[in-house]
Design a protein around this ligand. Structure first.
Ligand code: CIR
Length: 255
């Protein structure tokens, strides 16, 4: 797995509490969220990356979830076309921030829609989820872009998960963290699977960043399994992020 050098994250605005959610976990506490977001940025720095922290945008309540706006590789960036109307304009700022790092851009175009949360990279392979946010046309466009750039791409229609990466994470060394519908999914048969139980499902959204795997706090079984697989973990309290259907991967673009 290639080493990440850079991360883009974005401070949540006060409007975050009015963002999209299906969680039924109640209104987020904004002050608590800021503390959690700060800890997230600090954890990434500990992993050895340089963090570009964009300032808050009140007009886009969900814009702290920067992952959904782009798909990044070492050689090019794909600016997505986020599937939620209220989030679509988030790509303008992200494209401009990415111009400091990338020369080559591709774009997902309407009627295709695609959220970065539906995209998982495992070495030279990409998995593209079709979800409420990513439609068939968006998935097809991304597959064509990736194959044109020499990657493999497999499209995976989701059954229950919100985004593909809600239930799966790649740790490198052929190790795949899987939950729910991905545990027995034929597409992931060839990986060494770290299986997350239904009750710990939220912790399947974890991120390997260089020498560490960042996991949500409160999942001792997941921590044990990932430690046993040979990774050092950093645990973060994600309570206020979870209330808006977010997880660890959603809060950053890593490249
Ligand atoms: C949304 O509904 O778009 C946000 N409230 C949560 C986005 C989470 N993003 C992700 O899983 N990649």
């Amino acid at each position: 797995m290639s080493k990440f050098q850079y991360v883009i994250a974005k401070t949540p605005g006060k409007s975050y509490v009015e963002g999209l959610t299906t969680s039924n976990l109640g209104k987020p506490d904004y002050e608590k969220l800021l503390v959690q977001h700060k800890a997230y940025v600090e954890a990434l720095k500990k992993c050895g990356v340089e963090v570009t922290l964009l300032s808050a945008s009140e007009e886009f309540p969900d814009s702290t979830f920067v992952e959904d706006t782009a798909v990044l590789t070492s050689g090019f960036a794909v600016v997505t076309n986020p599937g939620a109307e209220s989030r679509n304009g988030e790509i303008v700022e992200i494209e401009s921030a990415l111009k400091d790092f990338y020369k080559k851009f591709h774009y997902i175009k309407s009627p295709g829609t695609l959220d970065g949360g539906d995209i998982l990279q495992a070495d030279n392979k990409f998995y593209i989820g079709i979800s409420e946010r990513t439609n068939e046309e968006g998935a097809r466009q991304l597959k064509e872009i990736l194959e044109g750039e020499g990657f493999e791409a497999t499209i995976i229609p989701l059954q229950k998960f919100f985004h593909l990466k809600t239930g799966i994470a790649y740790l490198g060394n052929n190790k795949m963290v899987v939950a729910g519908e991905f545990v027995d999914h034929p597409a992931f048969e060839s990986y060494d699977k770290i299986i997350i139980t239904n009750e710990d499902e939220y912790s399947a959204n974890c991120i390997r960043v260089n020498e560490y795997v960042i996991i949500p706090e409160g999942y001792s079984e997941t921590k044990r399994k990932i430690n046993e697989a040979g990774y050092e973990t950093i645990e973060l309290d994600m309570s206020e992020v979870r209330k808006q259907d977010g997880g660890l991967s959603c809060l950053s673009l890593r490249f």
